[in-house]
Design a binder for this molecule. Structure first.
Ligand SMILES: Nc1nc2c(ncn2[C@@H]2O[C@H](COP(=O)(O)OP(=O)(O)OP(=O)(O)O)[C@@H](O)[C@H]2O)c(=O)[nH]1
Ligand SMILES: C[S@@+](CC[C@H](N)C(=O)[O-])C[C@H]1O[C@@H](n2cnc3c(N)ncnc32)[C@H](O)[C@@H]1O
Ligand code: SF4
Ligand code: SF4
Length: 369
């Protein structure tokens, strides 16, 4: 397979109409929908110590669940080598995720290795990590020292009973808040707080969460519950549209829309009219943002996925372990990105029933959220 892709890419790049990737001045790529490759999300483990009902429900992720064996995982050296190849094609942001990334042993070492890489234009990477914060208070300082720039923390409720119902392992809100405070103190900000809103589970927490974080340095973002993977039993009627989230908050704490920080940002931004800071809404179900999607995902075992909702990936680990050169790996990446036409969420909007039947969508804990 890899052989075929390399040959195909070489044939293509030999044709006069398509410049070879080595001739591309900045190494920047564009896919079938003219989207650049800008953001690489790396899943460093498929394991987690939470069992969030919308992500790793206990009924599926039980004691018999087969996680990947350690030998399947990419080593830190392999991750860094692939990251360098992605960066050569224009990646400027790397997010470490999972599963719970802070469960990966010596994660600080990987952060240190990635922090040394520079973008094509010579700037430092935007190096960040998404975490449930269970180990954040303990690790924040060493992550900062290793070169991590910022963190995003998931928190689905400010009410302890509701939060514990969401994480399903009795983890306390107070401990997440402590992790956030320590991360902020050591300089891992600006910190974003991600809340997945699942209708009937935690939507009554929209206002309490907004009240809690208003006027703090933290940016709260509400995420529409998505049909990722095949185990969360997703139903459209459990999605609370972002427009409803904004309506509820605006009624009590007036909001106004503000522009995006950058093209392809997942969140639409709103600020409090009274100067109390900003919130974001991530409307991947009701207002899909595929048209600007510049995100590639590297799974725990080294497969490249060009969409969060893909059912298969491309085995980059095999290339590494077969002893391929950086030039060959780079050629494969270029070929795969140029062939990319994914826009699952946009298609879902127009055909929910049909897409629900897509088989074997990968789990978010495996591909990285
Ligand atoms: N459908 C879809 N959802 C996504 C995608 N990327 C992120 N999300 C959702 O948005 C959530 C927030 O993602 P983050 O990684 O915090 O967002 P981000 O926009 O990369 O964050 P910043 O770097 O801080 O701007 C994720 O947990 C997913 O639920 C995507 O490519 N497609
Ligand atoms: C998969 S987790 C991995 C990182 C870390 N364990 C955490 O929870 O922050 C990354 C993000 O994906 C989000 N997520 C997981 N399942 C989701 C779903 N079905 N719909 C929307 N967001 C989801 C989580 O809320 C979290 O913010
Ligand atoms: S959302 Fe994050 S914390 Fe929750 S189960 Fe998934 S990987 Fe774990
Ligand atoms: S559904 Fe796929 S193409 Fe659309 S924004 Fe998400 S990852 Fe990107």
């Amino acid at each position: 397979m890899a052989e075929k892709i390399i040959m195909l890419a070489q044939q293509r790049s030999a044709a006069p109409a398509i410049p070879s990737i080595l001739e591309t001045p900045t190494g920047l790529l564009s896919d079938q929908l003219a989207r650049p490759l800008h953001d690489l999300r790396i899943s460093v483990t498929d394991r987690c110590n939470f069992r969030c009902v919308y992500c790793m429900p206990k009924a599926v992720f039980d004691n018999d669940y087969q996680y990947l064996p350690h030998t399947s995982l990419l080593s830190f050296e392999e991750i860094t080598r692939l990251a360098r190849n992605f960066i050569a094609h224009g990646v400027e942001k790397i997010r470490l995720t999972g599963g719970e990334p802070l469960l990966r042993k010596n994660i600080e070492k990987l952060v240190g290795m990635l922090a040394e890489l520079k973008t094509v234009s010579g700037k430092p990477l935007d190096l960040t990590l998404t975490t449930n914060a269970s180990l954040l208070a303990r690790k924040a300082q060493s992550l900062k020292d290793a070169g991590l720039q910022r963190v995003t923390v998931s928190l689905d409720a400010i009410d302890n009973t509701i939060f514990q119902r969401m994480n399903d392992v009795d983890f306390a809100v107070e401990d997440v808040l402590n992790g956030i405070a320590v991360a902020n103190q050591v300089g891992l900000g600006p910190i974003k707080i991600n809340m997945v809103v699942k209708g009937g589970m935690n939507d009554q927490q929209i206002l309490p969460m907004a009240r809690h974080f208003k006027g703090t340095p933290y940016i709260l973002r509400f995420i529409e519950y998505m049909d990722v993977g095949a185990s969360n039993g997703w139903k459209m009627d459990e999605v609370v549209p972002s427009a409803e989230v904004v309506r509820r908050i605006h009624q009590e704490m007036p909001l106004e829309a503000i522009g995006a920080n950058y093209t392809g940002e997942t969140a639409a931004r709103w600020r409090y009219v009274d100067g109390g800071g900003e919130i974001g809404v991530i409307s991947s179900v009701t207002q899909a943002f595929c048209s600007d999607c510049s995100r590639a995902r590297l799974s725990t075992e080294g497969k490249l996925y060009t969409c969060l909702f893909a059912s298969s990936g491309h085995d980059l680990r095999a290339l590494l372990r077969e002893g391929r050169s950086d030039q060959e790996i780079s050629t494969v990446l270029a070929h795969l990105w140029r062939a990319r036409g994914d826009r699952y969420s946009e298609l879902r909007t127009s055909n929910t029933d049909g897409l629900q039947r897509r088989a074997n969508k990968v789990e978010m804990s495996y591909i990285g959220g």
